[in-house]
Design a protein around this ligand. Sequence first.
Ligand code: ADP
Ligand code: ZN
Length: 767
Amino acid sequence: EVENERELPKPVPAPATLFADIVFDRPLDHAYTYAVPEQFVAKIGVGKRVEVPFGKGGKGTAGFCVRVTDVRPTSGYEIKTVARVLDDDAIVDDHVMKLTRWMADYYLCGWGQVLHAVVPAGVRDNAGTRVASFVEPIPKEKLPNPLPTVTPQQKAALDKLKKENRPLEVLQLARLAKCTTGVVAGLIKKGLVRKFSERIETPAAAPGADTEDTSETDAPHVEIALNADQLRVWEQLKGALETGGYHPFLLHGVTGSGKTEVYLRAIEEVVKQGKEVIVLVPEISLTPQTISRFKGRCGNLAVLHSHLTDAERGGYWRRVATGHIQVVVGARSAVFAPTRKLGLIVIDEEHENSFKQESTPRYHARDVAVMRARLEGIPILMGSATPSLESWANAERGNYTVLSMPNRVASRPLPAVKLVDLRHEPKPHGKHYAIGPTLESAMRQTLKDKGQIILLLNRRGFSTHVHCEACGHVAQCAHCDLAMTFHRTKNSLMCHYCGFETAPFQKCPACAQPAMRYQGLGTEKLQVEIEEKFPGNVCQRMDSDTMSKPGSHQRVLDAFRDGLIQILVGTQMIAKGLDFPNVTLVGVVNADVGLHLPDFRSAERTFQLLAQVAGRAGRGEKGGQVLVQTFTPDHPCITLASHHNYGEFAKLELVHRKLHKYPPYERLARLIVRSEKEEAAATFADTLAGAFKEAMRRAATAQGQTPVRLLGPAECPVFRLNNFYRFHFQIQSDSSAVLHEVLRNVLTLAKPPSGVEFQVDIDPYSM
Ligand code: ADP
Ligand code: ZN
């Protein structure tokens, strides 16, 4: 064990016959070749990590081995030598190797960066494991002759070990035989027992409740008979699952149509074949309620959520890799689970934006999952009530098979949605209430009937806008070009982007007049209004302010299920996935929040949010209704959402996307230049503009015309963010290949000076 040594061992002088290509956690587009010294020839392998001299001074740096070859490279450079092989077994298998290679190419980042990001830290540093020393008796035929004499204590220890009939840790044996480790050491020295080391898991990483085979402990599962829609869909799926092979399905089923039951059948089928399944769900859906539905139905389950420790994460990874787990349920990073015989990928709520990662590698887990399914030759089942337009277009092009479930189970109707036109709502006492009279009286009726209420307002905080009435000054973050939000509970002004906080002002910081006005509506203020209007009822708020502690989410949902809470108010957090049969009223306080953002997906997002939140109502026998307050009741996105008409919405919005050359019709990439010095960012943005011109000229020569459109450089919609001044470019093309070629050229033509960074975002989701 040399893991803790800092100095690199001296290279072995013998001429190397084996070479290894190594990639590092750097934005580099190629691998470096190292010679493999004799002592590592047997140990080196693709998917293992090595330590090699790299960079200035040749310091020991960890990297991933991506290729082993016996062909000596002809670079002319001095070939350095692998100093150490860090893993006994490959930690990344061939499939994930290929997948990460594709990601590096597609998302334009280093292969080493991708590998570093997808292998959990707990795997990289062996968290949750330790190297233990074991002893076992030496077999008779190998005992020394003549037999050495032993002390009575040594004899007692040896007898204990023989009686156990399995290797014991040295300490364990000492404890059992009530002797010191010195006694055991004596036995080793005399050649009577053999000592060996092995890496083992510590209890922290050992299987927790989530991985236990719960088929015995959980309540016996009640077989649900599939209804006609589910059966029709299942018939289409079954064949593909039996034959295997790449086959993408898009399951379009309205909220409450029983999609999860279809996933479960598919999972059961694949597990029965002895294969494994990856199930991707949005992080927010990783609730015990969801998990308990999967448990006990389909073999051993691993649930990967964000509150796991490194050791737990490492433990899961190792157990998946060794075939002890059949079903991996998790948020986006679960797409990289090191399964051995993957048979199916399921993605629930495939339209969710949380599948997009907003740091390098900026991947979309749905797209990566589709690529993984293709590489491994397996079916993939993506489900949603409101599919992303990317997936919908793929279905229309015939790339995906659509499975449709247009009805709720048990012939329950979709809830009636009523639009409340805020322009014409009366204002009692001339006051601006968040809850208008129509919504208020519906709430009163619901509470009287012992129903429960969900209220959506997709903006947290108390006042979302703080300004001076005397001079017009708006309270802004000291680090971002963003308005501060007032939080009453914390009594502070907060920036929702960078987290900057400051005490609320009594006087205007600009003109010193005591004229600061607190306006705009957030969930905190809404809760106060509800508590005033509906005394005697419990109103709980659910947003990222109240839900920051692990487990808080679940505690609230449990209390809501038990009827201890009558009104649940919150941000988009409450819109998704919740299945509470007693919710008979869903209210949307302001449907227009988010509709007019400078983002081509704002209509799609608004539609999805309204459809999802409406889907929370009427899931039980009592039925339910939805009231949507809006200033724009004629906006097609709001009208169509109120009619549960996804098909028409998709049709309209796709026409719009085509007209404006947006995805899914054209490929889009965004490049951001940022620096804490405005001047430096601007200068490099100009350099990049030149590089773009050149790269597009080259592409045009190769293609015969310029098939790429470039917008920018322009200031980002939020120019200064977290102290960085930011410029962006937007690049569009109907050819992904050309788009990538141009970007790759730009990246080689223009290297940012120190203090300036850039980010490439392929298929961006935030504008
Ligand atoms: P979705 O994911 O499409 O919103 P779910 O899978 O959550 O819908 O199903 C909604 C409810 O209907 C769940 O409580 C589920 O147990 C129940 N359910 C699903 N399929 C059936 C069926 N065939 N018969 C009766 N109940 C069903
Ligand atoms: Zn800020």
